[in-house]
Design a protein around this ligand. Structure first.
Ligand code: ARG
Length: 463
């Protein structure tokens, strides 16, 4: 970065350059250079529009548009010299354009302000991130569908309070996350639709007296329409907040799944084996294979939710229209977006690679009296007991099995009949975990038939 004493953008009113500290606190070029491509796309659209309505000549517009492409290629190839004295990406680009094409560059900023310019650039950037998130979520959903399809009838314990509750299927558990990530997908699409309006042409805050064509620049930049109020256009950042809110919810989902993978891959559970590609070893304990990727995904919610709170706090209480506070909107969003995309990709990789250990899953599913509810339901259905009484009888049978140190299917019929004489040998049919899961055919239930139907439905939707 290079520094200069006076400011070429507003030097007219100033007799002294800024203090070094002033320059340091004021400059955003250190981070907003990430908006370079969006800034140049916005300026190119603006230049074309200025010529189309006769505000600048065609030859000036052509020089600007071509010069801007040169600037972009310099930035992309890393030869561009960013200057802190030039504060931000907008002024860095414009100054370089002036060096390249001369005076015509000075006409580019007609009927425009950095306020609508930065609002436009940032919207375009966040919009791209919505598309990237959509891709990441779809890939993760596909990986989960693959697991669900393979293990539609593999039995595992279903938990409440992290205590064995009832047997469920592996496919059903995977599909629960498909539902969650699909809602994240729907939320990000929704946010994208709402943010897709152009602030460009709102100028500093009040619009402009030049005969600009805002619909033309909006269309050139892929926006659905220009924003309808210039004060709002330059001063709200709700599009970025919506992005962060969706990212936060999605990171929360990711962190819950990550936590399950951490638990499931432990030696005590052994429900899954994570691939070497997504695990790390220990420098001192040779036996260790650690689920670091899952742990880091679990932690990402911290910075993403932090970004959401930080930007909400920056925006809270700001009077209309633009205030410099709003320059603090970018770094948080950049960081949250980077980490959300990374977490999605890492989770997709882990899910694709992981192996469910069917034997351990089944064994765990069959322990802890997990079919007790099935037994109670049988007493209601076959013997006509009121559910409360069936619950009581089942409780007594569970206690008996616990004393005998066996599971429910291993209790002899005589013993069962000593608790309730009506019990017949038919009861054993509902006590296996396979029978238990297969019987739960209610819509959205855990039966393999239901899981396969849901997998088919999602595959159809994603096609
Ligand atoms: N770097 C500024 C930002 O990120 C650009 C807008 C500056 N506008 C102004 N009136 N100072 O918000």
């Amino acid at each position: 970065m290079t520094n200069s004493a006076s400011n070429q953008m507003w030097g007219g009113r100033f007799s002294a350059g800024p203090d070094a500290i002033m320059e340091a606190i004021n400059a955003s070029i250190g981070f907003d250079q990430r908006l370079a491509a969006q800034d140049i796309a916005g300026s190119r659209a603006h230049a074309a529009m200025l010529a189309a309505v006769g505000i600048v000549s065609d030859s000036d517009a052509r020089a600007m548009r071509e010069g801007l492409l040169t600037v972009l290629s310099e930035i992309e190839s890393g030869t561009f010299q960013f200057s802190t004295a030039l504060e931000d990406i907008h002024m860095n680009v414009e100054a370089r354009l002036k060096a390249l094409i001369g005076d015509a560059a000075g006409r580019l900023h007609t009927a425009r302000s950095r306020n609508d310019q930065v609002a436009t650039d940032f919207r375009l950037w966040v919009r791209d991130q919505c598309d990237a998130a959509e891709g990441g979520l779809m890939a993760l959903i596909r990986a989960l569908l693959g697991q669900a399809e393979a293990g539609a009838d593999w039995v595992m314990p279903g938990f409440t309070h992290l205590q064995t509750a009832q047997p469920v299927t592996w496919g059903h558990h995977m599909m629960a996350y498909v539902e969650m990530f699909a809602r994240d997908l729907s939320r990000i699409r929704d946010a994208r639709r709402r943010m897709n309006e152009s602030p460009l042409g709102a100028a500093a805050l009040a619009g402009t007296s030049f005969p600009i064509d805002r619909a033309m620049t909006a269309e050139a930049l892929g926006f659905d329409r220009p924003m309808a109020n210039s004060l709002d256009a330059v001063s709200d950042r709700d599009f970025a907040l919506e992005f962060l809110a969706v990212a936060s919810i999605s990171a929360m989902h990711l962190s819950r799944f990550a936590e399950e993978l951490v638990i499931w891959s432990s030696a005590q559970f052994r429900f899954v084996t994570l691939s070497d590609r997504f695990s790390t070893g220990s420098s001192i304990m040779p036996q260790k294979k650690n689920p670091d990727a899952a742990e880091l995904i679990r932690a990402k919610i911290g910075r993403i939710f932090g970004a959401n709170v930080a930007l909400m706090t920056v925006m809270k209480g700001l009077p209309l229209a633009y205030s410099k506070d709003m320059q603090e909107d970018k770094e948080q969003v950049f960081d949250a977006a980077d980490n959300w995309m990374l977490a999605l990709a890492a989770m997709e990789g882990m899910v694709k690679d992981m192996t469910a250990n069917r034997e351990s899953l089944r064994k765990a599913a069959a322990s802890g009296f997990s079919t007790a509810t099935d037994l109670a339901d049988w007493l209601v259905r076959v013997l006509g007991l009121p559910f409360r009484e069936a619950h009581h009888v089942t409780g007594a049978l569970v206690a008996m099995a616990e004393r005998a140190g066996c599971d429910l299917p291993e209790l002899p019929l005589d013993d069962m009949q000593s608790v309730h004489p009506g019990i017949t040998t038919d009861v054993y049919e509902v006590l296996t975990v396979e029978a238990s899961t297969a019987s739960r055919t209610s819509y959205g239930g855990t039966a393999p038939t239901q899981v396969r139907a849901q997998v088919a439905r999602w595959k159809e939707i994603l096609r």
